[in-house]
Design a protein. Structure first.
Length: 279
């Protein structure tokens, strides 16, 4: 049994369909998707509901977030309000002890069932993969040299331990108290507050697939279980990396060959243009 948490808005409807298909095609078990949202239209929710209904082993639940305090929290750069929603999940999903959170720009490419109880087995509040660049973030937050700085795009959350650690009012108080220090808001918060209570997962569970083309020092993995498109997104017209084929192999089951062909042509022309610029 897999419980998958997603926190999205209307713009992520199509990418999340690809993500959900990738989850169930690699994990033949009962799967429940929990969607925390604020701004998804009725038609958007119906589109996801209809898509999930194609798999009899899957269910989907939508829960609208109305936390007014979130509007007072910092959002520098391109962040959206939805990044904070996962922090409120322990007080919303009260019937669950654990959940696997996935960013909307991830793709599940292998079996992730062992993640379901990994926090409980190791007596941890979270499980995550260390960020590929750690030192500057650790220094910024005042973490110890032996601490890791984790990427929050893939998280196993022990909801029960989280609830026991702090109640909702304490969470809000801590977020507001730290808001001037949170450059990567939810990620910084988790790393700072829960240091020492995060279990370290292997990179195969949060493989930043396109980074391999930009950073030769980033270690390659042959068979990752979760790929993370942290840079450009392969469902957009402008995508310079050669890692779109893996994404398209799953997108074929949600959008069809016409859209994939259009994107493939766009990506190749864009890559050619960028290469010519450098000459």
């Amino acid at each position: 049994m897999l419980n998958i948490l997603l926190t999205i808005n209307e713009s992520y409807i199509k990418p999340v369909k690809v993500l959900m298909y990738s989850v169930w095609s690699n994990n033949p078990s009962e799967i429940t998707f929990w969607i925390l949202y604020r701004d998804i239209s009725g038609s958007g929710r119906q589109e996801l509901q209809d898509f999930v209904s194609r798999n009899s082993d899957c269910a989907i639940h939508f829960i609208r977030i109305d936390e007014e305090c979130i509007d007072d929290l910092p959002l520098e750069g391109s962040w959206s309000r939805e990044i904070y929603f996962r922090l409120f999940a322990p007080y919303i999903l009260t019937d669950l002890d654990s959940v696997i959170y996935l960013d909307g720009d991830t793709l599940v490419t292998g079996d992730i069932t062992e993640l379901s109880d990994i926090c409980e087995k190791n007596n941890m509040t979270f499980a995550a993969v260390p960020n590929d660049v750690e030192d500057r973030h650790k220094n910024r937050l005042g973490l110890l040299s032996e601490d890791h700085y984790y990427n929050s795009g893939v998280l196993v959350m022990n909801l029960k331990k989280f609830r026991n650690c702090m109640d909702r009012e304490e969470l809000i108080s801590n977020l507001l108290g730290l808001k001037n220090r949170l450059l990567f808001p939810d990620q910084d918060f988790i790393n700072y507050i829960f240091r020492g209570r995060i279990y370290t997962l292997g990179r195969q569970y949060n493989y930043m697939i396109s980074v391999t083309e930009r950073d030769q020092t980033y270690s390659r993995i042959q068979n990752p279980r979760i790929c993370h498109y942290v840079l450009a997104k392969p469902w957009n017209d402008y995508f310079v990396y050669r890692t779109d084929i893996k994404y398209f192999s799953y997108m074929l089951h949600t959008e069809g060959i016409k859209e994939i062909t259009r994107l493939l042509i766009k990506h190749r022309f864009y890559r050619m243009r960028e290469r010519l610029k450098k000459q």
